[in-house]
Design a protein around this ligand. Structure first.
Ligand code: FAD
Ligand code: SF4
Ligand code: SF4
Length: 465
């Protein structure tokens, strides 16, 4: 008999008052007993609606059945048939909009905790010896991957499993993309990302860091001079957007990307870190997505006394994951909804002192279907701040477009690619945020996977000619 409890087994977490002062992981993970108990809530539905909600189509009922039976290694084997980053996705996937949104148990209560079970399985595997990863036999073909984020790593891993000799070129000094430079340690410990990167390396994938393609080497050189038969571009969307308001050039104004990179990648929160970062007391974060939540919660942990998220729509439209918003509130982040900055104010030394804010109200729906925020006349006021973090979106860096022959992009910078990742340039494929604009880890992985299959087909078809 399935367990018909309506509620998902709760996730143990560090208490809010403790965790707001440290960078250790907030969610602590299920125990073996809790995981097996939660697995009994799954009805093993024949039509598997949850699987169609997962962009990489993990065989969810099958892996949950193994958890229920206590065979966690078998569960891991099932998950990793289609996902190369389960410990990451189990933590950061927006499950509530994907697999769990389709779970039938969600109709009368909480859906099955699919993400939490996936995390448990991956962590249990990673804590043990694990089966040795076998390096597949080479098929003699070389493929280059640009960027080591989830799209690049997935594409590289899938190609390596098919026997390709894959080299990943990464601009930064560490592999992982946003998983290492963007998402903070307290949501995704970096040791977990490194472990997943090591598994991909064990398949034979070479990762060359500090290699900015378009500067050190171009895509044309990789293909014409270095013998790479195809290239996958997974370079993400790391170029921050600003509001273009007065005062954005003052000291103490950061893009969320810069602020999070200094904190995560360069460990600005550690006493021994050489990275300069302002330890501001009153921080205003502009935006309402996951990036804004991460910046706000990181600012708290760096010692800010007051952190305020300023968002121009209402709480209902907040794009961040509900769980992250709830965690931010528990930790003491203040939310100022229906508000929009119009100017950042500074002192004579050009340091931020405050932010002029205009109140908004919601008007008619816009092209995105959400109600458009409209300024309320005469509602401006000033709030004190000594740092302002802009988290209002990012776009792809134009460097690759500028340095690659025949690579077409959209006006906002996204690389144009078909459903298989094929770009306007023969042999060059692309996926992830570089194509879609800022999206999610699992969607980027799905595109890396699709492109790996298309690259395989492309190289095989050339071989036949
Ligand atoms: P990226 O992860 O951006 O990786 C691209 C890599 O390419 C980078 O390492 C970059 O250095 C490298 N690169 C760029 N240009 C070059 C070049 N010219 N040469 C060589 N290398 C290059 N998604 C979720 O699903 N859940 C979340 O909770 C979540 N939280 C987020 C929090 C933050 C702060 C941010 C910024 C994003 C978050 N996202 C989240 C979004 C998610 O991380 C991205 O959608 C995903 O990482 C995109 O993967 P990608 O492989 O396309 O690119
Ligand atoms: Fe759900 Fe994400 Fe896991 Fe797929 S990868 S099953 S969407 S948590
Ligand atoms: Fe289990 Fe929910 Fe998937 Fe049904 S929809 S198989 S209950 S996880």
């Amino acid at each position: 008999m399935p367990n018909m409890k309506p509620d998902k087994a709760p996730m143990p977490t560090q208490p809010p008052q403790e965790r707001r002062h440290n960078f250790r992981e907030v969610a602590l993970g299920y125990s073996r007993e809790t995981a097996m108990e939660e697995a009994t809530r799954c009805l093993s539905c024949k039509h598997k609606p949850c699987v169609s909600g997962c962009p990489v189509h993990i065989e969810i009922p099958s892996f949950i059945r193994e958890v229920r039976e206590g065979d966690f290694e078998k569960a891991y084997e099932i998950i990793t048939r289609t996902s190369s980053l389960p410990a990451v996705c189990g933590r950061v996937c927006p499950q509530e909009n994907q697999c769990e949104a389709r779970c039938v148990r969600g109709k009368t209560g909480d859906p099955v905790g699919i993400g939490r079970l996936e995390r448990f399985v991956a962590d249990t595997h990673n804590a043990g010896e694990g089966a040795e990863v076998k390096k597949p036999q080479s098929n003699g073909h070389k493929v280059a991957v640009i960027g080591s984020g989830p799209s690049g790593l997935t594409c590289a891993g899938d190609l390596a499993k098919r026997g390709y000799e894959v080299t990943v070129f990464e601009a930064l000094h560490l592999a992982g993309g946003v998983l290492v430079y963007g998402i903070p340690e307290f949501r995704l410990p970096k040791s977990i990302v490194q472990r997943e990167v090591e598994t991909i390396k064990a398949l034979g994938v070479k990762i060359e860091t500090n290699m900015v393609i378009g500067r050190v080497l171009s895509i044309d050189e990789l293909m014409d001079e270095q013998g790479f038969e195809a290239v996958f571009i997974g370079s993400g969307a790391g170029l921050p957007r600003f509001m273009n308001i007065k005062g954005e050039n003052l000291c103490g104004v950061y893009s969320a990307n810069e602020f999070l990179t200094r904190t995560n990648l360069m460990k600005a929160y550690r006493e021994d870190a050489a990275t300069p970062i302002m330890h501001a007391k009153k921080v205003a974060v502009v935006g309402g997505g996951n990036v804004a939540m991460d910046a706000a919660r990181s600012a708290l942990r760096l010692g800010a006394e007051e952190v305020t998220v300023i968002y121009r729509r209402s709480e209902e439209e907040l794009p961040a994951r509900a769980e992250e918003v709830a965690h931010a509130k528990e930790e003491g982040v203040v939310f100022r909804m229906l508000s929009n900055p119009v100017e950042i104010l500074g002192d004579e030394k050009e340091f931020v002192t405050g932010i002029r804010i205009q109140k908004m109200e919601l008007g008619e729906p816009d092209a995105s279907g959400r109600r458009r925020p409209v300024p309320v006349e005469g509602s401006e006021f000033v709030a004190e701040a000594d740092a302002v973090i802009m988290a209002i979106g990012t776009s792809p860096n134009p460097l690759l477009k500028a340095t690659t022959k025949g690579l077409d992009t959209k006006p906002w910078g996204g690389i144009i690619a078909d459903g298989n990742g094929q770009t306007s340039r023969e042999g060059v494929f692309a996926g992830g945020d570089a194509v879609t604009g800022a999206a999610t880890v699992i969607l980027a992985m799905g595109e890396g996977k699709t492109a790996a299959a298309a690259i395989d087909e492309y190289i095989r078809s050339k071989e036949k000619k």
